[in-house]
Design a protein around this ligand. Structure first.
Ligand code: MOS
Length: 749
């Protein structure tokens, strides 16, 4: 029997009293559904009378549509309807949220390449796809600007994002510069990147009278419901969004992009359900991307390495359709102790689609610059990079002058260094070889904020004593079904197989977006509180009824154990959930809770922290770079599931290796069009690119952050990976590459 199987069996029998399933490496509860193909993704709901839509996207980058000729396309067999701005129904504009500027076929304007300018609906997907190129758009093109650059007079200051301005300042920068004995000041650049989840965006829309049901691959079904209600001018109760399984999101499915309302619009127009699946190429324009950045980092220190000044000035690619801020200085504000710190962020609006959140937006790009710069300073000072970081360790958050709720960064440096063998490193560049191959060792810090958003959940104990847990949420592929089941199983002292978790439907209690690594802290906390609520009600049923063995006890003398309640003082005084319900003549009993929105962050700085260690092997003649070893140590509070959590860390490291060595969306400057809008040319890491990743969590208990004590792990592990690898590349070669991705030509200078 495999260890997993043995553990599963043990857990399904119910953890013995006092033994928690929290933290256990439990297999995914939805694993069997996924591997047998029974987990239904948004494009797999087969509705009666289904039709299929394909998007028509602009081939110019800016201008107006003069004419639309559908005469050839509409004669094609199977074509039902072609919708463009010429015949599209009026929809309400949305002036709020992340989806400003989405193209809903309301006018003739083209604002970027691959903007959605039409929808073609047919009896089959093939018919729609084949007819699509026959729709002829005649344009009046205009001059456009798609070149990312630092042109000060064109830069704009961003509006607050999540209520915060990205600019931050403490101390006196000039004084800090004057005090510096050693200084580095360099410019780092990162390119546009596209998310490329395995499952492309996909929507199935169906109207029943004035009610709309949408199956969508969405990280935030409740936000989507609200947005659709606004666009179609109807009450939210008339919209239902379902998202049971998602094949990855990484941020691009956190907003409602234009294809979702366009699919619903098409369904209403043809009076039949419509399925719309974006092609891989369709993704490179209207559904967001990580914006390119240009960042200047200046760090000064005294001769011993104590920082006297840090200045981080970032610019990110934005869009004329709507702004997006990638706050590159967000980690710089607090990661190190330093009296004089300034971070700024400016935007350059270009004629491209709107950029969006991509796994650790701001932190992953910003940490490449900051953590490369710290490494550069370490060489200048001839100090070990960890020692330099420890000399400037921030014991509190100096940007806000508040303590950390918990911080295990020193422990991450220590344990990571041990696992990696860092003490055997020779600091001199080009000093470590294996035969002809250059070996480089580099490290970097990781950090990501902890947030909690308002979410709600229902916990129902059924007649047979099992539990039904319901929370809208959605599982973006990270293991949400599993960890929520574990949280409830632990709270109710029931074996996991007696806990059923329902999710991914706006009919269920409202929850927040699965973004910002907050699903466990938000929805998980609500579930924990809903379980507490139902236990409270069950307790009341016992204390007031002389027929209960717990009758007359004080409330605080009753605990939940083994799927029932018992007296703290006398374990023989107990009653199972089923017995309580049957005695009370109830079929079920319901608990409900809404977690409070975050308050703790007023008095505490709440972040997860970590450290990455990379080994690269570089062929000195060819410049080819292999990441041959990787160690990641993360402190993220309570880990709910050791297996899915580790998988998240691996995923972040893999995405980081993609970011540092491979990923880049290439823009044809002459045509304003993405050149590599496919996975053949846009490179993401494959198995051969990825070494064994030794990713682990250091022990950390945080009682402040939220009711489950979990910090969130979706994003932290990508932060700093690019810098760790770039620092290893420098160590191996003596070549400092400040422009991502680090391709072999940049190493062979
Ligand atoms: Mo994430 S970039 O908050 O989905």
């Amino acid at each position: 029997m495999s260890d997993d199987k043995r553990l599963d069996n043990a857990l399904s029998k119910g953890a013995p009293s006092g033994v928690s399933v929290l933290g256990q490496p439990v297999n995914r509860v939805d694993g069997r559904l996924k591997v047998t193909g029974r987990a239904k993704y948004s494009a797999e709901f087969q509705l009666p009378n289904m039709t299929y839509a394909v998007l028509l996207q602009s081939t110019i980058t800016k201008g107006r549509i003069l004419e639309v000729d559908i005469s050839a396309a509409e004669k094609e067999p199977g074509v039902i309807k072609i919708i463009t701005y010429k015949n599209a129904p009026k929809l309400n504009e949305t002036k709020s949220g992340w989806e400003n500027g989405m193209s809903l076929l309301q006018d003739d304007k083209v604002l970027y390449n691959r903007q959605n300018i039409g929808v073609i609906v047919a009896e089959t997907f093939e018919a729609a796809r084949d007819a699509a190129p026959l729709v002829v758009f005649k344009y009046a093109p205009e001059k456009f600007d798609v070149v990312m650059r630092n042109e000060p007079e064109l830069l704009v200051t961003p509006a607050p994002q999540f209520g915060r301005l990205p600019d931050n300042k403490r101390g006196d920068i000039d004084q800090g510069l004057a005090q510096a004995a050693v200084k580095i000041s360099e410019t780092y650049t990162t390119p546009t990147e596209n998310h490329n989840p395995m499952e492309p965006h996909a929507t199935t829309a169906n109207w029943n009278g004035d009610r709309l049901v949408v199956y969508d691959s969405s990280q935030g079904i409740f936000g989507e419901r609200q947005k659709l209600a606004t666009i179609f001018g109807m009450p939210v109760e008339n919209v239902r969004v379902i998202s049971h399984f998602i094949g990855g999101g990484f941020g691009c499915k956190g907003s409602v992009w234009s294809h979702v309302p366009l699919c619903a619009m098409a369904a209403r127009e043809v009076g039949r359900p419509v399925r719309l699946v974006l092609s891989r190429a369709n993704n490179y324009g209207p559904v967001g991307f990580r914006p390119a950045t240009i960042q200047n980092v200046t760090i000064g220190s005294d001769k011993n390495g104590k920082f006297t000044v840090i200045r981080h000035s970032g610019i990110n690619q934005s869009a004329h359709v709507d702004d997006f801020t990638e706050p590159t200085g967000s980690t710089t504000n607090f990661l190190y102790s330093c009296a004089n710190v300034e971070t700024t962020q400016r935007l350059l609006r270009l004629d491209n689609g709107k950029p969006t959140f991509m796994r650790a937006p701001g932190e992953s790009t910003g940490s490449f610059a900051l953590e490369s710069a710290v490494d550069e300073l370490a060489y200048k000072l001839n100090i070990d990079p960890i020692e330099l970081r420890m000399k400037n360790y921030a014991e509190k958050d100096e940007s806000r002058n508040v303590p950390y709720s918990s911080k295990a960064l020193a422990e991450c440096y220590k344990q990571g260094a041990e696992r990696f063998g860092w003490s055997r490193r020779n600091q001199a560049p080009r000093s470590m070889r294996d035969g002809n191959v250059l070996i480089g060792w580099g490290m970097a810090s990781a950090t990501y904020p902890v947030h909690r958003m308002q979410s709600s959940a229902r916990a129902t104990i059924l007649e047979n004593g099992s539990a039904l847990i319901q929370a809208g949420s959605q599982d973006i592929g990270t293991g949400t079904y599993t960890v929520m089941t574990q949280i409830a199983s632990n709270a109710l002292s029931l074996p996991m197989k007696r806990v059923q978790f329902e999710s991914g439907d706006t009919k269920l209690p409202a929850t927040a977006v699965s973004g910002g690594s907050t699903t466990v802290s938000s929805t998980g906390s609500a579930i924990k509180l809903a379980c507490d609520d139902v236990l409270d009600k069950l307790t009341d049923l016992c204390l007031k009824d002389s027929g209960s063995p717990l009758y007359g006890l004080l409330k605080e003398k009753v605990v939940c154990r083994d799927g029932g309640l018992c007296s703290v003082e006398d374990e023989n005084k107990k009653e199972s959930f089923a017995q309580i319900l049957s005695r009370s003549k109830l079929k079920s009993i319901e608990g409900f809770a809404k977690n409070d929105p975050e308050e703790e962050s007023k008095n505490y700085s709440m972040h997860s922290f970590g450290a990455h260690f990379a080994e690269v092997r570089i062929d000195p003649e060819l410049g080819s770079i292999r990441v041959s070893r990787f160690v990641t140590a993360i402190g993220a509070g309570q880990i709910i599931n050791a297996k899915t959590a580790r998988s998240q860390l691996n995923g972040g490291v893999i995405a980081g290796i993609g970011m540092v060595l491979l990923e880049e969306t290439l823009m044809d400057k002459e045509h304003g069009r993405v050149l590599n809008a496919d996975l053949g040319e846009y490179h993401v890491p494959v198995h051969a690119d990825i070494p064994v990743i030794d990713a682990f969590f250091v022990n950390e208990v945080d009682h402040i952050i939220n009711p489950v004590g979990a910090k969130g792990i979706g994003e932290i592990s990508i932060v700093g990976v690019a810098a760790a690898v770039a620092n290893a590349v420098y160590h191996a070669t003596g070549v400092r590459v400040r422009d991502l991705p680090i391709t072999l030509d940049k190493v062979l200078t």
